[in-house]
Design a protein around this ligand. Structure first.
Ligand code: NAP
Length: 194
């Protein structure tokens, strides 16, 4: 029944426009387009998605394999972002060196981490180093201590820092210095290990 209808439509339009071939040509090109979509574009799309998913999976496996046993130094590990980073890296099997000024805070964190039990991952007991980032000499000796403890550092997370709000006129230069030492010169010195 549909074939008949098609024929009628074709003959009618052929009568009106005198271009039966062009109608056939149109449906032919539509079919080609559909063929192109079903045989080329859709398989290509699914193939690309599959390859991308595989790539991401390999990337994840590689990064977790990299973090397992890697030496990760985190400054400002006693609270906030530093503490959360410590938990994430510990669970991934990294060897942690946790830094801060608050010794009790670091001890509590290490106890908390040591209570974590998960899967077959080999955990390393974290080290802690107490020093003040705004004290250049303390930073230098902390850098030496870290190297003596773990030999080399794979990842250094310069997280420790302070924020300050105040007007320029009401802020003493000593405060500006302390902020620059803590947030800039301390991390730079620690990164250089001097
Ligand atoms: N949270 C935010 O929304 C935000 C936004 C922008 C930037 N940041 C920056 O991100 C970092 C972490 O933020 P946060 O919210 O997690 O801060 P936080 O909870 O206040 O923690 C700051 C950490 O820095 C350490 N620290 C401060 N002064 C130090 C010093 N002189 N020497 C050694 N350690 C020092 C502190 O350890 P001790 O007390 O043990 O010394 C503490 O563990 C900071 O640098 C902050 O400025 C945070």
């Amino acid at each position: 029944m549909s074939v008949t209808l098609c024929e009628n439509t074709t003959s009618r339009s052929a009568g009106l426009s005198g271009g039966g071939e062009s109608q056939t040509g149109n449906s032919g090109s539509k079919r080609k387009l559909m063929d192109l979509t079903s045989w080329v574009i859709i398989p290509f799309l699914f193939g690309s998605i599959g390859i991308y998913a595989l790539f991401r999976l390999l990337q994840r496996l590689r990064s977790s394999a990299y973090i397992q046993d890697a030496v990760v130094v985190i400054t400002g590990a006693t609270s906030g972002l530093g503490k959360e980073c410590a938990k994430v890296f510990y669970k991934a099997g990294a060897q942690l060196v946790l830094c801060g000024r608050n010794e009790e805070g670091l001890k509590d964190l290490i106890n908390e981490l040591c209570r974590i039990r998960k899967g077959s991952i080999q955990f390393h007991k974290p080290h802690m180093i107490i020093f003040d980032l705004s004290d250049v000499e303390a930073v230098a000796s902390a850098a030496q201590e870290i190297i003596c403890l773990v030999g080399n550092v794979d990842i250094l997370i310069n997280n420790a820092g302070i924020s300050y709000r105040g007007t320029i006129l009401n802020t003493k230069v000593s405060v500006d210095r302390m902020i620059m030492d803590t947030n800039y010169f301390g991390p730079v010195a620690l990164t250089k290990g001097e």
